[in-house]
Ligand binder design. Sequence first.
Ligand code: FES
Length: 577
Amino acid sequence: MTTHDLRSRNWFGRQDLDGFAHRSWLKTEGFSDLVFDGRPVIGIANSWSELNNCNAHLRQVAEAVKRGVWSAGGLPLEFPTISLGEILMKPTTMLFRNLMAMDVEECIRAYPLDAVVLLSGCDKTTPAMLMGAASAEVPAVMVTGGPMLRGKWRTEELGSGTDLWRLWGERRAGRLTDEELCEAESCMSRSSGHCMVMGTASTMASMAEALGMTLPGNAAIPAPDSRRLALAELSGRRAVEMARAGGPTPSQILTANAFDNAIRADMAIGGSTNAIVHLVAIAGRVGVPLPLAHFDELSRTTPFLVNVRPSGKYLMEDFFYAGGLPVVMKELLPLLHGEALTVNGKSMADNVRDAKCWNEDVIRPLSVPLASEGGTVILFGNLCPDGAVLKQSAASPHLLVHRGRAVVFEDHEDLHRRIDDPSLPIDETSVLVLKHVGPKGAPGMPEWGAAPIPARLLRKGVKDMVRISDARMSGTSYGTVVLHVAPESAVGGPLALVSDGDAIELDVPKRTLALRVSDEELARRRAAWKPRPPRFTRGYGRLFLDHVLQANEGCDFDYLRGATPVRREDTAGPSHS
Ligand code: FES
């Protein structure tokens, strides 16, 4: 039973020239009159693309969603969105996350949709879709593409990204041949799906589930597992119910409590540092303030539970077999807002109360955590007055309190030009500082933060160094890497003023990052500092530079925060000539 006027009836239910046109033109796709009988129209926003390997199987997922929509009495209409493929898209997908969010929002707004199923996968596609759907405020349910099956090379299990960095380090240190590397290359990615460590894609799928925007259990089902298609079918059915009921809408699900739940889940899974930027951006679309200090507050009181790389031992397939995110949420229940509404109409607590853990080495009980605090911490200090981020669960314990001398690289090109220069005065105690890789500086805040360790130090067995930048880091990376320094160097943040040889102090337990240079000297350097000319003077790049916010504000565009919910009457007026 439909409890309210469907928005799509404004297109297809009219007995006028426009109604005639809307029905007639859609009939070119071979639909009978039956589909115009007043059933809800469900949009399937598909980020399928062969340029985005992580989402390349989403056509099959879309077919399963359609099956669900038809079986529940809806009309599924699939439409493409732009797709952000982390590996092939240059200079960085982050440059285009907001563009994709605009694409999704405006398609939902412009077309006759009563609810939408969002199909995402690779890192940025999940937050972009959630941001767009949140601003459009039409009922939405997300289905992510799922992680790849685990990689297997000889006797080793390989994790995407995490083992890429490790094996490349081995190659640079001369311990692996080109032939061996080529063999490992084929063994690492052996099925459809996104990266199968707790990288950004797995983290954001978990965030979507923890926020309540997917059906329970969505995040960890491997991409090739038939249960993912079954979940997609059920999501299609659920979208029809939501369309008929007129909700819940994104703003009813994405509440301050839901974000608290997601942040706690992020801390417990050892999630990607990127989740912080994306959660802040999604929250900005529904008017929920998420200051960085709040992440740290929740991090200090959320145990780290999930033993998955890069912070742990296992892979996403193991996480799925152990019970997946519902088990994590069940363990966290005493710390969560269990009453938070989710997309299936039930509360988070109702969804996870009966979840069972099948491997307590993969998902630890709350009473026996891997660490007493969450995976990510927020740092403040005179080097990052608006905050910086560090993933302590993937850092080296001996570097969490560290004082060292800065070795400064002015930008990414400078880094790659000089990092292996034998005359570079650098050792394992140095602090590697990388500038001009932030939101406006790079631009797009690429995942360049885990800068390479000089080959001669790698050969000595050095595996980690303190690295500081205004960039992001791949969720699959590890190391003692300070990221998202705000304000960034390109806008004159203190990072811009660091010089070779400056003393820098990192103290993770105290959450501080300090540049030990006198105020007078910093004032002198500031007076001499000049911004670089903008990288883009036209097109989307210009729009990005003119409007992107800093990392602590989620890197959304200033004018995209908030929502402009679609209304039933938004379709007024003829769209044909
Ligand atoms: Fe797409 Fe890692 S490259 S999730």
